[in-house]
Design a protein around this ligand. Sequence first.
Ligand code: 5MM
Length: 335
Amino acid sequence: MVADDKGLLAIDESIGTCNRRFAALGIPETADRRRAWRELIVTTPGLGQSISGAILCDETIRQRTGGEASFVSVLDDAGILPGIKVDAGTIELAGHPGEKITEGLDGLQARLATYAEMGARFAKWRGVIAVDADRPSRGCVEANAQALARYATICQQVGLVPVVEPEVLMEGSHDLARCAEVTEAVLRAFFRHADEQGVMLEAMILKPNMVLPGLDCANQEDADTIANATVNCLLHTVPASVPGIAFLSGGQTGELASARLNAMNLRFRGRMPWQLAFSFARAIQQPALQIWAGQDDRVQAAQAALAHRAMCNHAARRGAYDAAMELTPAAASAR
Ligand code: 5MM
């Protein structure tokens, strides 16, 4: 999943999230348009050169292309591992106003077995941590960390690789140091619970946030500062037996996410025990979605934009991304 400088492509937005992104661009919020969008993505020529695995959602893993091929078989043929988001979304955490817990552990083993039969090779579960002066609470961090660890063990029991996604949100005015403090606490809690639950660290992928200042923070740091803060946080918390770390993008632009991943791989080359990869949704999809905008005659241009962002992140894994790559014809058509 993190070999050959490739990364994961998250196309696992739930129906509600996908519809919200469609609504912002005037795309009809229908199963047919969601299917068409995901078909555009999985049939993008050459995607397997940069992408090792694609995370689907329950709706998508059951869908087929217009030519009636299952999305799973299209991905298999492209050399891309099919994965599946298995959490059931978040609800308010009781007793902790403004904080969330992720649901979906009940009956998970049976659901995982069904997805494995459908061709899924790995799974994904996201916990959400909000930051402000009083949050996150210890109760929220511990509850989400335990759920992530239990999910990971259940995945490994049925032979699926767990992608573990504890997301510290970018929303807020907190600074870089506060994000580092919270991210460190969240990761420490997860690995403590992972030990208690018997997670095989060698057989999981961590999907964390980068350490970033909040969106409303006045001090937006440069890529090198973010790279230092992020990798130092990970070196403090993530055991060397974890093979790969694949970041979520969290709402960063595609260019910023690539530049920051690149800075980490460039500055810390040879000094990290794990592979540092990507598992982006918006930072790969968004330019292509804007070009497509639901129009069937724009599929090729949108696929070129998608392949371009995937290729930029493939380069960022080697520390070979450069802003000049954004000036290629494919990138220009994405503007
Ligand atoms: C944080 O979201 C994950 C990564 O996406 P970005 O790179 O855009 O931040 C993403 O995989 C997310 O977990 C899925 O889109 C599922 O989201 P919902 O909330 O719709 O289940």
